[in-house]
Design a protein. Sequence first.
Length: 185
Amino acid sequence: MLSLEIPILCANTPQAKGRVERVNQTLQDRLVKEMRLRRINNMQQGNAYLPEFIADFNARFAVQPRSSLDAHRPMQAHQNLDQILVWQETRLITKNLTLQFKNVVYQIQTDRPAYALHKAQVTVCQDDQGNVSILYKGNELSYTIFQKQEHQAEVVSSKQVARKPWHPAKDHPWRRSNAVLAAAM
C-alpha cells in the first residue's frame, strides 16, 4: 500500500468491523448455496455464473454512496505493479555474496568487488508464478542458485550404530554355576 501511496484506513469501530464481517459472511454463505442449487461443481461453471451472482447480490444489497466523487487516481509512472504486487522480503548479502530465501541459497553475480555488496540490504521478490528477483536500490541483480556439495558420508549417531550384544568372558564370575560359587564361599 505504501508503494502505491495509498493510506490504510482500518475499521477501528465495532460497527465498521461488524459490517465487514456481515458482508463477508453473506457472500461466503450465499454464493456456496446458490452454486449448489444450480449444481455448479467446477471452476469453469463457477466463473461463468459469477457475473449473474454479482448483479443479483448488488441489486439486493447495494447501498448508494453519500458522494458520487470518484476518488480513483491514475497510476504514477514510477509504479510498476509487477514489482509491487509480489511477495517481498528483505535480506542481507553475506561476504561471499549469497543470501537465503525459502531454503534456497542465491549467489549474486556481479562485476563489482565483493566488498561493495557485503552486508547490503536487498529485497527478494517472488511473484505468483514462483519467479524470484532480487532488487538492490530498485535495480535487479543477476544471480545463480547455489548448489551445495553432497555429503561424502552420512553422519550417524552412536545410537544408530548396530552393536553386538556384550557377552562376559568364559572365566567371568557370572558364568560360574551356583554350585561352584557355593563351594568357593
